[in-house]
Design a protein around this ligand. Structure first.
Ligand SMILES: CC(C)(COP(=O)(O)OP(=O)(O)OC[C@H]1O[C@@H](n2cnc3c(N)ncnc32)[C@H](O)[C@@H]1OP(=O)(O)O)[C@@H](O)C(=O)NCCC(=O)NCCS
Length: 197
């Protein structure tokens, strides 16, 4: 290997250890503020359990089964959207069951709070309101069964479909944040914009 290739490889390896996220954060503190929207196609919602975790392969790759097993082991809560007996969407929530945790290595949660993450809808079914229905049903469990006080959700600042979906369900914008991570650990957080809602 040439010296220049070796140097490039080292630079690549070091830069892979760093991650900068620029996220728009939303919050809900009152389930009554959320909208129970009707999807444009007839879906149903199912809880994700060890018994149905493999069904994610209806539209995603096999590797997700192991990820979902891990989420269930961490007592996360997840829902599937089902269309014609096939899974076409999923959404998950990390619940803070200790005094405080750092969800996904960057998002601080206190007791009684959750972060919704790892949401996806089958590409051919997008734009039909499935994400909004999953968010509403997941929040129903979080507020009314888990008795949580606050549910956060975030996404990259340029993810327009996710941003619109969150707002239509009724999440309130909280602010825009930059998170600097090294080896998946938060090393610096900066608030770019804060909305006093
Ligand atoms: C983000 C995602 C989950 C949304 O799922 P979805 O079921 O298509 O979302 P919904 O239909 O419930 O709502 C999205 C809204 O944004 C609109 N929308 C879709 N694409 C858009 C775009 N590029 N720009 C602006 N709005 C857009 C939809 O029309 C809909 O609004 P409407 O109800 O007024 O028509 C889906 O696009 C996805 O799986 N993306 C890849 C994974 C991802 O980004 N996950 C992050 C989620 S935190």
């Amino acid at each position: 290997m040439h010296l220049i290739d070796f140097i490039n490889l080292i630079i690549q390896k070091i830069s892979n250890l760093f991650r900068i996220r620029r996220q728009q954060v939303f919050v809900c503190i009152d389930f009554e503020e959320l909208q129970d929207r009707l999807p444009r196609i007839p879906i149903s919602i199912e809880d994700i359990t060890y018994a149905n975790v493999h069904r994610v392969t209806d539209f995603r790759d096999q590797a997700r089964v192991a990820s979902f097993h891990g989420f269930l082991d961490q007592v996360q809560i997840g829902v599937y959207a089902i269309l014609d007996s096939k899974v076409v969407g999923h959404a998950w929530a990390i619940i803070c069951r200790d005094k405080r945790i750092k969800a996904n290595g960057y998002f601080r949660l206190c007791s009684g709070e959750a972060l919704i993450h790892y949401c996806n809808v089958k590409p051919s079914c997008r734009g039909c309101g499935i994400y909004q229905v999953m968010l509403f049903n997941l929040c129903n469990r979080l507020f009314n069964e888990e008795r949580l006080d606050k549910v956060y959700i975030d996404t990259e600042v340029d993810n327009n479909a996710a941003l619109r979906g969150m707002q239509k369900v009724g999440f309130r914008p909280l602010g825009q944040y930059m998170y600097f991570q090294f080896r998946n650990r938060l090393i610096y957080k900066k608030c770019i914009t804060y909305y006093d809602s």
